[in-house]
Design a protein around this ligand. Structure first.
Ligand SMILES: NC(=O)c1ccc[n+]([C@@H]2O[C@H](COP(=O)([O-])OP(=O)(O)OC[C@H]3O[C@@H](n4cnc5c(N)ncnc54)[C@H](O)[C@@H]3O)[C@@H](O)[C@H]2O)c1
Ligand SMILES: O=c1ccn([C@@H]2O[C@H](COP(=O)(O)OP(=O)(O)O[C@H]3O[C@H](CO)[C@@H](O)[C@H](O)[C@H]3O)[C@@H](O)[C@H]2O)c(=O)[nH]1
Length: 320
């Protein structure tokens, strides 16, 4: 059944891809984004756009909405270590205002972008949702605080919510791909080296307790991720808060990612070892068994070469 959804952060990377999937599924989409890290052209044609802050969501939210997909946040691990207050303010206080606006408007369905960063350094991999949550950076702590807030909202006020804990999102879908300014994420940065826009990629630490000494992450295609959001809207149940990891269960080190980009692009990628970045866990790899079981999620784009190929196509189509 088609519905009407508010997509906060829908001018950003993940939000724009999910908004596009919602439109393709026949839903009505209103994007609310203040364009702090997003881009107006990231809002898919066919979606309405409101330039505004989630703290003011009450101005636009009313009972005609069937639910909210909440992407708007600051999301850089390294920055959060040096500017934690920015993360508490936007991610936590901002979401508190959004939840109040939803309560006021009687909108009782939420899909929230949570993160692998809520777990911190895992005791066991792959990580299951019942694993201890002990974030190693303020970004992860802010997202964990929101997850707790949402649990309370579901129990006390009948919200039906799904938190999707993304591992490392990558790749592109149609016109929409990863674009941060300045770029901070590994795959788009390595692709910038392939394009000659950067001299070399810095490897943040090669003395981690991993096979090649560099950090290991679980890279998930943004289109597989988007499909989980549509399934989550169906699964959201009044009074319940479901938490699902989204990843492929395969870990790749920073050096393996760089090697994959060399293979896919055919470009030599110079690398230099740099100091560790603050707040980085050594290994983050998901068990997505809950998403498969509870959402019926079946990701089909797990191959890292394919993910990098899509990101490379997108990077080459962009003019800046
Ligand atoms: N990219 C990843 O690998 C990854 C992994 C785990 C979780 N996440 C989460 O997914 C979400 C989307 O990430 P992304 O990579 O697309 O980031 P992004 O920066 O591209 O998108 C975030 C969007 O939110 C908007 N925004 C931020 N604060 C706002 C506010 N107060 N009001 C209105 N709009 C606001 C920004 O302008 C931007 O368009 C974030 O919540 C992030 O924490 C991302
Ligand atoms: O120039 C660079 C950039 C990154 N890295 C490393 O590459 C890995 C991946 O980094 P990045 O692409 O910045 O992603 P993460 O820091 O792992 O964080 C992403 O993935 C998390 C979930 O795992 C999400 O919570 C975050 O929002 C999202 O940015 C990390 O070990 C970084 O230290 C480098 O070595 N050099």
């Amino acid at each position: 059944m088609s519905g009407k959804y508010l997509v906060t952060g829908g001018a950003g990377y993940v939000g724009s891809v999910v908004a596009q999937h919602l439109l393709e599924a026949g839903h009505e989409v209103v994007v609310l984004d203040n364009l702090t890290t997003g881009f107006r052209e990231g809002v898919p044609a066919g979606a309405s756009f409101v330039e505004g802050d989630i703290r003011d969501a009450a101005k636009w939210l009313d009972s005609s909405f069937d639910g909210v997909l909440h992407f708007a946040a600051f999301s850089q691990v390294g920055e959060s270590v040096v500017k934690p207050e920015k993360y508490w303010d936007n991610n936590v206080a901002g979401t508190m205002a959004l939840l109040a606006a939803m309560r006021e408007a009687g909108v009782r369905k939420l899909v929230f972008s949570s993160t692998a960063a809520t777990y911190g350094e895992p005791e066991q991999v792959p990580i299951v949702e019942s694993a201890p949550t002990s974030p190693t950076n303020p970004y992860g702590a802010s997202k964990l605080a929101v997850d707790h807030m949402i649990s309370g909202e579901a129990a006390a006020h009948g919200l039906g919510a799904v938190s999707l804990r993304y591992f490392n999102v990558a790749g592109a879908y149609g016109e929409y791909g990863e674009r941060h300014d300045p770029e901070s994420h590994l795959i788009p940065l390595v692709l910038q080296v392939a394009q000659g826009r950067r001299d070399a990629i810095s490897v943040f630490g090669d003395d981690y307790p991993t096979p090649d000494g560099t950090c290991v992450r679980d890279y998930i295609h943004v289109a597989d991720l988007a499909e989980a959001h549509l399934l989550a809207l169906d699964a959201a149940t009044t009074g319940e808060h479901l938490i699902c990891n989204l990843g492929n269960g395969n870990g790749f080190s920073v050096r393996e990612v760089i090697e994959t980009v060399r293979r896919v692009t055919g470009h030599p990628i110079p690398e230099v070892v740099a100091p560790r970045r603050g707040g980085d866990p050594a290994v983050l790899v998901a068990s997505a068994a809950t998403a498969r079981e509870k959402l019926g999620w079946n990701p089909s784009r797990a191959d890292l070469d394919g993910i990098v190929t899509d990101a490379w196509d997108f990077a080459q189509r962009r003019d800046n």
